[in-house]
Design a protein around this ligand. Structure first.
Ligand code: ATP
Length: 164
């Protein structure tokens, strides 16, 4: 399956913008590149919603989310950065585990089960993608994805003679 990472990211940002109008969403990408990845569009959208939802849920003072998309070493790299409460270093390795929530009291007030990131990781890795987090308490959190790009379709020439 194939998904246009750029188009799906733009769509998710557009929807979040409508619901969270106090937030600033900055999206940067190279418009000269293609970002087709090997992933179900539905699953990709689900993953992005989980991560955007967290960025918003755990922002307290600065309502800004920076999204970057680029190509690196044959993969698409997507980062989603917030300026929220951050995650303590000792909790960082656990946030992708099922039912893990940092500071139970703090997280409970925000709602949720601690399942979102576990699901996001499982879906991403199911398509040979990677997901990791970098964070600093009081500064914010950055979620970094890489996805395998779909090889460019060759047109013309001998290799181009392919039939369905
Ligand atoms: P849900 O199951 O609804 O997603 P959740 O947000 O608690 O609930 P996860 O998305 O799995 O669950 O996140 C796990 C924990 O990691 C959260 O409880 C929160 O403490 C921390 N966390 C995740 N994203 C961020 C973020 N952007 N900033 C700060 N903390 C975060």
């Amino acid at each position: 399956e194939k998904a246009d990472l750029l188009a799906v990211t733009e769509r998710v940002i557009r929807n979040f913008k409508m619901i969270h109008q106090q937030f600033d969403f900055n999206f940067q990408y190279d418009p000269n590149q293609a970002y087709d990845i090997q992933m179900s569009e539905n699953h990709l959208e689900q993953v992005l919603i989980i991560v955007f939802d967290n960025a918003i849920k755990y922002s307290d003072r600065i309502y800004k989310v920076d999204i970057r998309l680029k190509q690196e070493k044959g993969r698409a790299m997507l980062t989603v950065k917030d300026y929220g409460i951050g995650i303590p270093k000792e909790d960082l390795p656990q946030i992708f585990h099922r039912f893990y929530r940092v500071d139970k009291a703090r997280s409970r007030a925000k709602g949720g089960n601690g399942l979102g990131l576990a699901i996001a990781k499982q879906l991403t890795e199911g398509y040979s993608g990677t997901i990791e987090a970098a964070s600093e308490v009081g500064k914010g959190t950055e979620i970094r994805f890489t996805f395998p790009l779909v090889a460019k379709q060759k047109t013309g020439g001998k290799e181009g003679v392919s039939k369905k």
